[in-house]
Design a protein. Structure first.
Length: 256
């Protein structure tokens, strides 16, 4: 069984390809969050994998919280447990985080890998050009094929942890992350919105509600996946002042 979380398709593509190659069940954490699923039965699955992006030098915090609360039932004793992190460059302390989360449940993480893919946090970073994106995705494909081979062989693997200075780590955990999660007031829509409701449908936290034909962010508990922003068919959803002048990103190899 593989669980994945994805806002713009990078992690979904990796998860789908791995699941296809090793013939195992695939489940969306986005959907599980949205439907408030708190328990899974792994059953006889010989592998258990988690695929998700990294945010702020760590695994996506909404996924960490989800896994912390998830009751994982009937995990076979010989099950090969792995994690895949998609990131722009560094995974920071993501492996430490997921290893600790699983350890609290009595589960040993056997392998962790990172796959560098186009970064899409456009409220802070400029989106790379399409040529650069394609080159990065080609490199990612090579890495992904290598990772699949490692999983098939049940190899152990670790990611080099990038140590974060204590003051910076404190600022990320106590200031940056909480502010991002609460900053749903920064989302807005311009006149191009057609009221299709896709943003409401895909929001894993059920924050977005259509009111008078326009999306409204009703709670301050954002997963920060930016799926609503990048996947809006009219690029009508904005975040802050910069995103109207930038492009959007969706992994071209996956259907969302």
């Amino acid at each position: 069984m593989i669980l994945y979380f994805s806002g713009t398709g990078n992690s979904k593509y990796c998860a789908e390809k791995i699941a296809s190659e090793i013939d195992c069940e695939l489940r969306s954490i986005n959907d599980m969050m949205k439907n408030q699923v708190t328990e899974i039965d792994v059953g006889e699955s010989p592998v258990f994998g988690i695929v998700c992006p990294t945010y702020d030098m760590d695994m996506a915090y909404a996924v960490a919280e989800f896994l912390d609360e998830l009751n994982i039932k009937n995990l076979p004793g010989n099950c090969y447990v792995f994690a895949i992190f998609t990131c722009g460059k560094s995974c920071g302390t993501a492996e430490e985080t997921i290893r600790d989360l699983l350890s609290k449940k009595g589960i040993t993480l056997n392998a962790a890998h990172k796959i560098e893919m186009p970064d899409n946090y456009i409220p802070m970073f400029p989106l790379m050009g399409e040529d650069e994106q394609m080159k990065m995705l080609e490199r990612a494909e090579t890495t992904l094929n290598s990772v699949i081979g490692s999983i098939k062989q049940r190899n152990p693997a670790t990611i080099e942890v990038q140590k974060i200075p204590a003051p910076i780590k404190f600022m990320i955990k106590k200031v940056a992350v909480p502010n991002q999660r609460k900053a749903t007031k920064n989302f807005w829509v311009n006149g191009d919105c057609i009221g299709c409701g896709l943003c409401e449908t895909i929001c894993p936290k059920n924050l977005i509600k259509m009111q008078n034909g326009k999306p409204v962010w009703t709670k301050d508990d954002c997963a920060c996946c930016l799926g609503c922003l990048h996947r809006c068919p009219k690029q009508a959803i904005q975040y802050g002042k910069k995103t109207e002048k930038t492009g959007r990103y969706v992994n071209p190899n996956v259907k969302l």
